[in-house]
Design a protein around this ligand. Structure first.
Ligand SMILES: [Zn+2]
Length: 149
């Protein structure tokens, strides 16, 4: 298992994530621009966006630069690593033994193109099977036989 750095363990809220998506798309933006894009559909005022930006700065997810009298915000983490971090966080709540079934469920529920399916099939072809997976739960958190004496 890979060591997780403080950065990969960063958690951002759903609202913060929406702001990040704008910054990833544009490369950078100020609070007014973000409000212009998200304000109507998210029902956010400029103050809401400024609050979210402040939280993201504290979490080191974005950096800020002053341009004239305005603050300009830049993403400090990539979309890819943020998605990976959220997935790792989600899977950290699942018994290691249930990982395969959980991934199979995800695939079953997802809308996938032929190209997506080909990518997943290739990934599975290249994947090396682990002979045995140990339960990583606290006894009482799951029904693995390992915990039943
Ligand atoms: Zn378990």
């Amino acid at each position: 298992m890979e060591a997780t750095s403080a950065e990969t363990q960063m958690k951002i809220s759903d609202s913060e994530w929406e702001v990040m998506r704008v910054l990833w798309t544009l490369g950078y933006a100020d609070a007014q621009e973000i409000t212009g894009i998200l304000g109507a559909s998210m029902n956010w005022k400029l103050a809401t966006v400024k609050t979210l930006l402040g939280r993201l700065v504290k979490k080191n997810a974005i950096t800020t630069e002053t341009v004239g009298k305005k603050f300009r915000y830049f993403p400090a983490v990539s979309e890819e690593e943020t998605i990976q971090s959220a997935t790792e966080n989600l899977f950290s709540h699942v018994c290691a033994k249930k990982m395969g079934a959980t991934i199979a469920d995800l695939i079953q529920d997802a809308e996938l193109t032929a190209a997506d399916i080909a990518l997943i099939q290739q990934t599975l072809t290249d994947k090396v099977a682990t002979p045995y997976i140990a339960c990583n739960c606290i006894p009482g958190q799951c029904e693995c036989k390992e915990h039943q004496n």
